[in-house]
Design a protein around this ligand. Sequence first.
Ligand SMILES: Nc1ncnc2c1ncn2[C@@H]1O[C@H](COP(=O)(O)OP(=O)(O)O)[C@@H](O)[C@H]1O
Ligand SMILES: [Mg+2]
Length: 494
Amino acid sequence: MGRLDVRVKTEFSAKAYSIGKGEERRKNIIVKELSLSGALVQGLPDAGELFRIKMKLPTGSKVELDAEIVRVENGMTGLRLYYPDSFTMKKLWSSIRDDLSVHGICPYCGSTNSNGAGSCSACGYSLSFEDINYLKNHFKTTFLSRLESRVSKLDAEHLEKIINVIDREVLLSKGKPPEEEFVGTSPAMLEVFTMIRKVAPTDVNVLILGESGTGKELTARAIHERSPRREKPFIAVNSAAIPEGLLESELFGHEKGAFTGAYAARKGKFEQADGGTLFLDEIGDLPQGLQSKLLRFLEDRIVERVGGQGGKKVDVRIVTATNCDLEHMIEEGSFRQDLYFRLDGFTILLPPLRNRGEDNVILARFFLEKISRNENCPSRTFSDETLEVIRKYPWPGNVRELINKVRRGILMAQGSEICSADMGLQDAEIEMEECPMKRQVSKTQKEMIVKTLQDNNYVITRTAKALGISRPSLYSLMKKYSIARGNGKAHKGL
Ligand SMILES: Nc1ncnc2c1ncn2[C@@H]1O[C@H](COP(=O)(O)OP(=O)(O)O)[C@@H](O)[C@H]1O
Ligand SMILES: [Mg+2]
């Protein structure tokens, strides 16, 4: 039988710290081979110990994980790796995948009859390593073999514990829609995930800040899903999307006859969310009168319906979000400071997508796969040029914009590859990397544009025609290279 994990030859240094042995010992090691389940390293001679390994992978990601020595031979030490979370595993997998060269030989069973794509004809394992779901599918395929190799080492007591855990998980997951996946491997997002995990089990009010499309609502849902309130409702209200006149009764409900058209009494969102979480999105748009009413609620937890007498005690956790600068609004007098202090029990700041390193490509692949699957489209890949554009584009509309562009790419692509034009990114303003060749290309391009502008007396239509590009492209190139329109002089005939 072949391996269950692919293994690559590599060579980089890392640090190993012994754990559970009193004084800490550090050793510099060299990683020579790496797979998801283990590593072969040089520089760790003692058998039977546990180590914490810190390594900077060839991809540039840093990971920290525990490792156990399983064998020592010829100066090399074999380690079994233990993952603290799935993100660490994904980072390691990215690095292994980059180093994989299949070259017609299956990295699982070593047979030479495989063609380096699809599945190996001998062992049947998938060789589509670029597929975003590759790892998940591979774990499913090899699950029983992995389980068998581990279970054989356990005693009856352990097995009983495991069966109890499985039964409970099955019970809990019955009838629940699957959680939306929250994707991210950049340090900034790992920090956000840690904050979500820490704050979720408490009842603290959470304020989520971030640009539009960064995942504020997804964060609010993730907090609810990980809280003891998860079996109760999660109710989201967008303060900016509901007309001011209706917002109060929407939030707090109303009694019959409270206003014209109130034919029957109605529960508001606070009451609907009783026992669960109320997510108030765009809290910066909450009108002043309702800011006071919300503050009163936060003080006594009593909801008073419009037109009602007396109130009702309601138990909700409040999570709010905004992309407004609330502190500036407080200075201006448009947002109550006392309300801000109440809402801001714990702040989570979502970084814009442009500050999340490789997450742009990881998210693009994730949505390519997800949308293609949900909408039954043939599976496509991004061309190398598109991946480069995805990396460099600043994504002002963040993840929401990325989803829209990926969807467009899937619809517009002609062949099996999606190019940047299919996604509407061909003229995107992208910062060129400062490598000498690209610098030279930029310099030549700028000189050519300036000269053509001069030759055509700065008339944009003529210049664009002479250069063979569209007017919008010329404008965007002039903006990119800071070329003034005729040294500031106005020109007619544009
Ligand atoms: N890290 C992420 N992983 C997966 N999907 C994401 C991520 N961030 C945002 N999304 C998706 O992007 C869209 C916009 O996110 P949303 O939470 O509505 O943003 P915001 O409330 O900040 O405007 C939603 O469809 C959401 O599920
Ligand atoms: Mg939102």
